[in-house]
Design a protein around this ligand. Structure first.
Ligand SMILES: Cc1ncc(C[n+]2csc(CCOP(=O)(O)OP(=O)(O)O)c2C)c(N)n1
Length: 329
């Protein structure tokens, strides 16, 4: 951990990761109880990436996510109540209860959307950066995607176009080494995903995706480059998801991932890592740490109560919100 970081930033990073973790663990619990029924991909283990990247952005900057985007939504400042209500399919949800876990949006904080089609939001990030450039808004766009998305044509077309136009985009690959059940080594000839940047003549930076300070530092540098008109960067954050591909289960009985591998990555928990460093350096007291956890539990329980007490959408409203003639701000 660098010594030049202001303590308030480090505590903010810890607080954000804890909020995401506790939200997700509660979501797993609600899925097991059958209170949440939409297909849900948990982000547990990968919290440092959304947290570190979003801390390097302004509120007006854009981000786009994937099927695994609760963390991105919360780190960018989306309302936890609206997120939980969306998981419950309620009218007060961020997508009016029509989207569930995989179709999130919070335009008021620059979260332009997440969709489950692998790689589908990458060109939208490029289009947003193009719009920002043409309108001289100075906004940076970030595209979050998994290692599986680097096998889609849209990924390569997007990098090419963004490189050619020197667009202010940050391509953030969350390499958790699996695409559903298939490991990266069975899908690509080498494990170094930064090589894709070489083909498009843009910087490709590999970072320890379980080190939130390293992620923040790399993202901050890429954002500065983008704002200076120097074009896109591919940031490859190596990490691991703890639970199975979809749902609350660990799937250790399915012979997909060796238990030892899961345990080795759990020992590198991004939250535990930062928390320990802050305590050791005297930047956080045990009482302050406990308060961060207690506040997160309180916020999550408030969101659950809000979601439970919210109404379902009225079936007669079904055609609403499908199309809009409003101009995007
Ligand atoms: C275009 C497309 N192909 C296949 C799928 C089925 N699918 C859903 S998630 C997924 C794996 C994605 O892996 P990755 O991009 O690495 O993200 P991760 O789940 O690891 O976060 C696949 C193949 C899909 N949703 N969209």
């Amino acid at each position: 951990m660098g010594t030049t970081f202001p303590p308030f930033l480090l505590v903010h990073l810890l607080r954000t990761m804890v909020r995401i973790r506790i939200f997700e663990e509660r979501t797993a619990d609600l899925l097991l109880r059958g209170e949440i029924r939409c297909p849900t991909h948990l982000y547990i283990g990968q919290e440092a990436i959304a947290t570190g990247v979003c801390a390097a952005l302004d509120r007006s900057d854009y981000i786009l996510g994937t099927h695994r985007s609760h963390g991105h939504f919360l780190a960018k400042g989306g309302s936890m109540r609206a997120l939980m209500a969306e998981m419950f399919g309620k009218k007060t949800g961020c997508a009016y209860g029509r989207g569930g876990s995989m179709h999130l949006i919070a335009r008021e904080v620059g979260f332009l959307g997440s969709v489950p089609m692998v790689a589908a939001t990458i060109p939208i990030a490029v289009g947003s950066a193009l719009a920002s450039t043409l309108l001289e808004q100075g906004r940076v766009a970030v595209s979050f995607f998994g290692d599986g998305a680097t096998e889609e044509g849209e990924f390569h077309e997007s990098l090419n176009f963004a490189a050619l136009w020197k667009l202010p985009v940050l391509f953030v690959c969350e390499n958790n080494f699996y695409s559903t059940h298939m490991p990266l080594h069975a899908r690509q000839p080498t494990q170094d995903l930064t090589r894709h940047a070489l083909a498009h003549a843009i910087p490709g930076v590999a970072v320890d995706g379980n080190d939130v300070v390293a992620v923040y530092t790399a993202a901050h540098e890429a954002v500065q480059r983008a704002r200076a008109g120097l074009g896109p960067t591919l940031l490859v954050c190596n990490t691991y998801r703890w639970r199975g591909h979809v749902g609350p289960h660990w799937d250790l009985d399915k012979n997909i991932r060796p238990q030892k591998e899961v345990e080795a990555w759990m020992a590198r928990c991004p939250i535990h890592r930062l928390e320990t460093a802050l305590l050791q350096q005297g930047l956080l007291t045990p009482q302050e740490r406990d308060t961060i956890y207690a506040q997160a539990v309180h916020e999550v329980e408030d969101a659950v109560a809000f979601a439970r007490h919210s109404p379902f959408p009225d079936p007669v409203e079904l055609p609403a919100h499908l199309f809009t003639d409003r101009k995007t701000p």
